[in-house]
Design a protein around this ligand. Structure first.
Ligand SMILES: Cc1cc2nc3c(=O)[nH]c(=O)nc-3n(C[C@H](O)[C@H](O)[C@H](O)COP(=O)(O)OP(=O)(O)OC[C@H]3O[C@@H](n4cnc5c(N)ncnc54)[C@H](O)[C@@H]3O)c2cc1C
Length: 665
């Protein structure tokens, strides 16, 4: 079927979760200012309700919480966002909750339930649609897209699960978010073992969709992973089964079991849970960030180098930045605990190299108490080098570790931790903007950046609300949760017909009849269960992102390879499809697949804006720049050219689309 000049342009967005909704917001905001040459019809496809989508659907346990405070979650770009599209401010989650009056329990510092966030996201979606320009229509298809077909010069056909006719689209945007996967070989072996011995095995899964009913009361169950998924599963298997938490006289929690919970033996590489989230605000002034780790300055500093190293070139600046955030708060908020005024310390700190003796000496001389000094190694691996003769000693130690974490994270005398957290976020935001990252060997990208640094960031900055950590402690004190230790291993014991687990923290091992992989499935084109992506991958119309070095090293990331410039889907030959775009955690542009913080110039908004404007440019909208941001826009906007309108037969101006080869970066 051919389109005519009278037909509207059609943009299909597959996935109507937070990303699909964010792209829609930018598309409509930009279309209001720079309308395409014909009416625009936006078709959203998602089996789950738009706004929240699958992860943030309202229909889920109220025990599932967010891990960010309500004042730090927004779906609306504000004036700090350096993008070319118009800014349409709107309320953060906490502002919305206060204004709507529907969620009186949500304050600025509340960790809201996912149900509340679901309502906010639905409200955002409805508002965005209600404020659409006159010549734009929006339709939602509550179903799954199974296939996308169509060449570079023809309209795309998007096949839906329950329809005989495809949607025909000028442009397709994939915002598929978190993917399910078939279990990997190791997990299949453990599942087969479970089948043969009548045990229970839960592969990596999204917690809200997992069938936990198979785990029996009192059963010993191993859990591999101690991050966000572990906390969700722990809550569902305890409070979710009728257990309750009561306040003790000393202010701690006591767990009152229902008798229906299994006994959970948990472990991971670190062997301890993520650091709990801080919910108070800074005591001192906000640290002026970035200071030592801004992308333009790091790029300038490392210019002219063929190769850069993570440990030698990047980490010293990153660490210095995080420590700067920490000491800024310590010195300005708690001057009684330091021996120098901030200005003096800061002037000396500025000129010193990280991890060199003069800087260590400066910190030691100006921060008398060792407990007040930032110690990355102790923060990162609290069990490293510790070996306990018996599991009981390990339990005591880890419980004490959690107690100290809970106390510290709720005590504003330690607000320097919040300063460090803000600097950590700043570093996390600057890192992907570095152009010099392309000169970091792929091996280091994999092991240092995507491996160690990402893990460290999540462990320190992306833990659970403090209340959840208090509950974990109460469960550990009640013996419902036990710790296996660091470097946890699991093996099938054929002779005894059980799973066996241990770690490096104690020689004691544990036997169990259940095993839960407490992590989300890895996003991987080769193993995902998504027919749409699998078919694109099989045909070579989509490719996985591969990181490679000259010496033959190659790492297959499993992520959908899209152009970092405009988010076009790249074929196996590295050719961008002019009509297909993708963004989110299943792509190589997966950083910042989290909610934006207000007033943070959030990268996800800039990405959405860039994608939306590129789509509109293809549809013939004039490339009008709405914002003047005082020259801070460099590198964030679209090329200021006017894209020709799609001709009647739907041909795209392919000469406008640069051919991008597979990239190492
Ligand atoms: C359990 C969990 C908890 C999280 N908690 C937080 C938090 O507290 N704070 C935070 O900042 N971030 C959190 N995140 C990070 C998360 O990445 C983002 O919050 C957000 O959900 C990402 O949005 P998205 O739209 O890219 O992906 P998703 O939320 O996964 O949405 C993708 C949508 O695409 C749909 N879809 C997929 N395939 C198809 C298809 N073939 N056809 C039609 N529709 C399809 C899905 O149904 C889904 O609705 C959490 C993530 C998870 C998984």
């Amino acid at each position: 079927m051919r389109s005519t000049q009278k037909d509207p342009f059609v943009v299909v967005i597959v996935g109507a979760g937070p990303r699909g909704t964010g792209v829609l917001e930018r598309l409509l905001a930009n279309a209001a200012e720079t309308p395409p040459s014909r009416p625009l019809s936006v078709e959203l496809v998602d089996p789950y309700p738009p706004g929240g989508g699958r992860v943030w659907r309202e229909e889920q346990s109220p025990l599932m919480w967010m891990n960010a405070t309500a004042e730090n979650v927004t779906m609306f770009p504000d004036e700090t966002v350096t993008c070319d599209g118009p800014i349409r401010p709107g309320p953060s989650l906490s502002e919305w909750a206060a204004a709507e009056g529907a969620c009186a329990e949500v304050t600025h510092t509340t960790f809201a339930t996912r149900q509340v966030q679901s309502r906010y996201l639905r409200w955002v979606f409805d508002r965005v649609v209600a404020e659409r320009p006159q010549n734009v229509s929006v339709r939602v298809h509550a179903t799954r897209a199974t296939r996308v077909e169509g060449g570079a010069r023809t309209r795309q056909r998007v096949w839906l699960e329950d329809r005989d006719e495809p949607l025909r689209a000028d442009v397709v945007v994939l915002a598929l978010g978190h993917l399910d996967a078939v279990p990997c070989k190791d997990q299949r072996l453990l599942a087969d073992f479970a089948d043969r011995h009548a045990l229970r095995h839960l592969p990596c899964a999204y917690s809200a969709d997992a069938d936990l009913s198979v785990f029996r009361p009192g059963e010993d169950v191993l859990m591999r992973g101690m991050g966000a998924a572990f906390i969700d599963l722990m809550v569902l298997l305890t409070e979710g089964r009728g257990g309750a938490f009561a306040e003790r006289a000393d202010g701690r929690l006591r767990y009152v079991p229902s008798g229906r919970e299994p006994r959970l033996h948990v472990g991971s590489r670190r062997g301890v849970p993520y650091r709990s989230k801080i919910s108070y605000r800074l005591v001192g002034d906000p640290p002026p960030l970035p200071r030592f780790f801004s992308a333009p300055e790091v790029d300038a500093r490392l210019a002219g180098r063929d190769r850069i190293g993570f440990r030698d070139d990047l980490w010293p600046l990153m660490a210095k930045e995080i420590a700067y955030g920490y000491y800024h708060e310590l010195f300005t908020a708690h001057p009684g605990r330091v021996a120098l005024p901030w200005q003096e310390f800061s002037a000396a700190y500025d000129g010193l190299d990280w991890d060199a003796e003069p800087l260590r000496a400066l910190v030691e001389a100006s921060v008398p108490s060792k407990a007040d000094r930032l110690d990355f190694a102790a923060l990162d691996r609290p069990l490293r080098g510790l070996r306990f003769p018996r599991s009981a000693d390990l339990q005591d130690h880890v419980r004490e570790h959690i107690r100290a974490d809970v106390d510290r994270r709720s005590d504003r005398r330690h607000s320097a931790d919040l300063g460090a957290f803000l600097a950590l976020l700043s570093v996390y935001g600057q890192l992907p903007l570095l152009t010099c990252l392309a000169r970091l060997p792929a091996r280091s990208r994999v092991t240092d950046v995507d491996g160690w640094w990402q893990g460290f960031f999540e462990y320190v900055g992306s833990g659970s609300p403090r209340e959840r950590t208090r509950q974990l402690l109460a469960l550990a004190e009640a013996g419902v949760v036990r710790f296996v230790g660091a470097d946890m291993w699991v093996e099938p014991d054929e002779e005894r017909g059980v799973y066996r687990a241990g770690g490096t923290s104690t020689p004691d091992t544990v036997e169990a009849t259940g095993l839960i992989e407490a992590r989300l499935p890895d996003a991987d084109l080769r193993t995902c269960t998504e027919p749409l992506l699998r078919s694109l991958y099989r045909s070579g119309e989509a490719a996985e992102h591969v990181l490679a070095d000259d010496d033959g090293y190659a790492h297959r990331t499993g992520l959908l390879h899209v152009s970092p410039d405009d988010f076009r889907v790249l074929s196996r030959d590295g050719v961008p499809h002019p009509r297909r775009f993708a963004l989110g955690p299943f792509t190589n542009i997966r950083r910042f697949a989290t909610f934006a913080r207000p007033r943070s110039n959030a990268l996800s908004f800039r990405q959405n804006d860039r994608l939306a404007r590129e789509v509109l440019r293809l549809l013939g909208a004039p490339a009008r720049v709405s914002r003047n941001d005082g020259g801070r826009r460099a590198g964030t906007g679209l090329p200021a050219k006017t894209g020709p309108a799609l001709p009647a037969e739907g041909r795209l101006p392919v000469q406008d689309v640069a051919v991008v080869r597979p990239m190492v970066a």
